[in-house]
Design a protein around this ligand. Structure first.
Ligand SMILES: Cc1cc2nc3c(=O)[nH]c(=O)nc-3n(C[C@H](O)[C@H](O)[C@H](O)COP(=O)(O)OP(=O)(O)OC[C@H]3O[C@@H](n4cnc5c(N)ncnc54)[C@H](O)[C@@H]3O)c2cc1C
Length: 400
């Protein structure tokens, strides 16, 4: 029988102490009014000062070696910090891509010069990165990218258009996947390369793509014959596909894939607990008074909480495998498919159970619900759509 998910790696003992410190920090930030919990905070909660405060505590670049400005700690330590921040809805978007994806990628494929240039800033929470993968006609079919990298003296010239590029308008760097050579026969995955392009650059035009609310989180990025010197190629020319897909295992399995709506769930549980307590008090005073949470509502809540817990175990299993140097592509795909669907189901449960309507400008549950509804269409798309991920799983099961 095929084992789809690796065994769960227990968190190290010292993780408990680390978790306590992160919780204390978050409580202090909340008490000082430095942030209000948000759904999807890893995509929409851009707060550079918050990122720098995390960096100062050694909670960014945790797995980057000390020699490059990081903490040299384990991926599981990093997991503890990120899950606490996400569960609290803390504003982690500014450093998110750099810390999660770019740092491991630079460590794996970067030159010494590239590591020294970018890793210390990432660990301090001062260097932000955008991912230039998707294009107007190449999202799921990433091997179809048409951005062209032409050989010129001393480097490469990039021309093309990227789309849905999160945070490019604030980023210091964009990693660009481009076609640098012809496909190898019918293998379109050959001939792709990754390039590091510092921002801003006069040859890079960044245009906002706004949400219905007017919020600006992602962009269209037009590369107008951008010169990239040889020393800013990431990894080997022609190895872009292999590098990008290895990065996706980091991108697909983290706690952000099931915690985007956790602040809403947390708020709902608190509201229902208050409702139940009030009903119990009233029932004690007035026998036969109105009831609290119904058995059906309690069961719906219990089911969703149990599933969050299961997803966490699966996600931890993938984190443990990544920490061992494995490439658990199938398990990561499963976590993302199941986790992002769960994020949406949290919204459905909140809509059914909450005694409140969604209202964007209100604090507490109405505001959290409104934001979750607005951001939810992206949950199952970003990082590879769920349909594509099910294809990955089906292939592993020998079904296609
Ligand atoms: C919030 C958000 C942030 C993002 N941030 C970034 C970013 O920073 N950088 C970046 O490069 N990209 C980013 N993206 C883009 C994201 O990676 C793409 O949207 C995603 O890969 C899907 O590509 P697409 O939009 O072109 O859809 P398409 O590939 O056109 O797919 C459209 C629909 O067709 C289905 N479909 C396509 N092919 C198949 C198939 N073979 N079998 C079955 N169904 C199929 C898909 O599942 C989907 O439902 C972001 C997207 C979102 C929503």
């Amino acid at each position: 029988m095929i084992t789809l998910v690796p065994p769960v790696t227990p968190l190290p003992e010292e993780a408990g102490e680390l978790r306590t410190r992160v919780r204390e920090f978050i409580a202090g930030e909340l008490a000082a009014g430095r942030f209000a919990p948000r759904c999807d905070s890893w995509h929409v909660g851009w707060d550079e000062a918050f990122s720098r405060r995390l960096g100062a505590r050694g909670w960014l670049g945790m797995t980057i070696p000390v020699g490059y400005g990081g903490q040299g700690r384990s991926a599981l330590d990093r997991y503890v910090v990120t899950e606490e921040l996400l569960a609290a809805g803390a504003p982690v978007a500014a450093h998110w891509i750099a810390d999660r994806q770019t740092a491991p990628s630079l460590l794996r494929y970067g030159t010494e010069q590239q590591k020294r240039r970018y890793l210390p800033g990432i660990a301090r929470g001062e260097c932000y990165v955008a991912l230039g993968l998707s294009e107007p006609d190449a999202g799921s079919d990433l091997a179809g990218v048409r951005t062209r990298a032409a050989r010129v003296p001393g480097g490469w010239e990039l021309a093309g258009t990227k789309v849905w590029t999160t945070g490019a308008h604030h980023a210091h760097l964009i990693t660009v996947l481009a076609r640098s050579g012809p496909p190898d026969g019918r293998n379109r995955r050959a001939g792709l390369s990754q390039f590091l392009v510092p921002l801003p650059d006069p040859a890079v035009r960044i245009r906002p793509i706004r949400l219905l609310s007017g919020e600006h989180h992602f962009n269209e990025v037009v590369l107008d014959d951008v010169f990239v010197p040889d020393d800013m190629v990431l990894g080997e020319p022609g190895e872009g596909w292999r590098q990008v897909t290895a990065e996706l295992a980091f991108e697909r399995s983290g706690p952000e894939r099931f915690l985007s709506t956790f602040p809403l769930l947390d708020c709902l549980v608190r509201q229902l607990a208050e409702q139940q307590a009030a009903a119990e008090q009233q029932a004690a005073a007035v026998p036969g008074g109105p009831g609290g949470v119904s058995a059906a509502d309690a069961a719906a809540l219990g089911e969703i909480v149990a599933r969050v817990w299961t997803l966490r175990q699966m996600s931890l299993a993938v984190a443990g495998a990544l920490a061992r140097g494995d490439a658990p592509e199938v398990a990561a795909a499963l976590v993302k498919d199941l986790g992002t669907r769960l994020e949406n189901e949290v919204i459905d449960v909140a809509r059914r159970l909450a005694r409140a309507e969604a209202a964007p400008s209100e604090p507490g549950l109405p505001g959290l619900l409104a934001a979750a509804v607005m951001y939810s269409p992206g949950f199952t798309l970003r990082g590879g759509t769920n349909e594509i991920l099910r294809g990955v799983v089906a292939r592993a099961l020998g079904l296609r």
